[in-house]
Design a protein around this ligand. Sequence first.
Ligand code: FAD
Length: 295
Amino acid sequence: MIPPIANRFVAGESPAEALDHVRTVNQRNVNVIVNLLGEHYDDRAPASDDAAEYRSLVEDIANADLDACISVKPSQLGLDLGEDVFREELEGIVATAADRGVFVWIDMEDHTTTDATLDAYEELAREYYGGEDSDDSQSSSDPWADGGVGVCVQANLKRTREDVERLADVPGKVRFVKGAYDEPADVAYTDTQRVNEEYEALLEYAFEHFEDGVAVGSHDPAMIERAIELHEEYGTGFEVQMLMGVREDAQYDLAEEHEVWQYVPYGGRWKSYFYRRVMERKENLWFALRAIVGR
Ligand code: FAD
């Protein structure tokens, strides 16, 4: 069981606990992106186990008709073992999800994985959602009602503007984030202000060119405000995505007018994720300490 110190940021250790959290959050009009914690496996077995758990999660989400989807990490599906391993495990998940109408997000890890991640995303999006049938379903008011695939791009990487131009005509969705990895200065902007400028420029491009919608993965009130302005200017649909335990009141307030998704991690490997959340912001440490003393 997850101790109270961590359950602000992690939904539990089992899929059942994660799905209970989905139900609670769905009642407040917020959708959920479920992530099974795990990364950088140097053995095939845990990658295949996690892929199997994702396929079963997809079935559970579809059977219970929850407002939920999943998000996977390339290195969790064996990218460190080889691109072929990652592709095979990812395709198994996307095939099940396409069959059951559940959306699959692919998280983005450090810059050494960007090409492999974008290539896999583009190929699967075209294969599973690029056909004429899916064009029909995409003309409905929610182009992703019957599932889809999406990928994350990071504003701190210098290559991202070019990547985003390439992704504009891929039949999938893109989540824009600032970037969570410490990257070398030859490939990434390291100045916060510059990353913010890039993020805003990427949003502007996306709202102008991404007809099927934009996913804004940020807690930053200024960026969310900018997305709302761009939505009003271009009419492009959008969703805001935020992490479980971070600005949750803002998530519920925003959900009264806009589409909001909460990214919800769960699983036995929760300690390093929890540690990252606590260390990135002193307020999070405070919440964790309050949980220990029960106030
Ligand atoms: P920041 O630039 O950190 O902060 C800007 C402002 O936002 C702050 O001044 C404050 O007003 C507000 N804020 C931020 N955090 C908090 C907080 N904890 N409490 C209160 N206010 C806060 N990164 C990747 O590299 N790959 C991924 O696949 C990926 N997926 C993500 C998915 C989701 C749904 C989200 C939300 C983030 C994801 N990230 C990912 C992380 C992302 O790259 C950033 O590291 C992270 O979101 C911090 O940037 P920010 O835009 O939220 O705000």
